[in-house]
Design a protein around this ligand. Structure first.
Ligand code: UDP
Ligand code: MG
Length: 139
């Protein structure tokens, strides 16, 4: 599989709990190269747009509230098979179902506050990366 890119966010709960360093360590140890990275905070509009696909879901308002309540670390990551391998590294959406050793199993508390985001396709990785970063911020 060729080198490609995925997009991640260390979500507000992970940042609040001081897990930035431990999660980045795990990401690096798993072979991902950091292409872009910043500490930032999403506005309500940002979060509504970013998660627009979930706008009809019952958890949408809580999701927007959660994702805007504090800073996040946004990053673009590169590796062979990055999108799929990163989803494997983070584990299932619900940490209770996530495999041992995955980031969500280690650092997440619940299906809603689950520590990290990972793109689910190459197309979404591109869209989500462009949402947070300009070309000059990618290396
Ligand atoms: N989420 C939630 N309740 C649910 C499902 C999802 O609060 O029942 C939140 C959770 O933060 C999740 C995000 O909405 O990460 C996006 O949901 P998705 O199904 O895309 O999960 P992911 O791709 O993040 O694993
Ligand atoms: Mg998703």
């Amino acid at each position: 599989m060729a080198k490609n890119r995925t997009f991640t966010m260390l979500k507000p709960d992970a940042v609040e709990k001081g897990h930035i360093g431990a999660i980045l360590e795990k990401i690096s140890a798993s072979g991902f190269r950091i292409v872009a990275m910043k500490l930032t905070q999403m506005t309500t509009k940002d979060a509504q747009n970013f998660y627009a696909v979930h706008s009809e879901r019952p958890f949408f308002a809580d999701l927007v509230e959660y994702m805007t309540r504090g800073p996040i670390v946004a990053a673009i990551l590169e590796k062979d098979n990055a999108v799929e391998d990163f989803r494997t590294l983070i584990g299932a959406t619900n940490p209770a179902d996530a495999a041992e050793g995955t980031i969500r199993k280690m650092f997440a508390d619940s299906i809603s506050e689950n520590a990290v985001h990972g793109s689910d396709s190459d197309e979404n990785a591109f869209i989500e990366s462009a949402f947070h970063f300009s070309g000059r911020e990618m290396f």
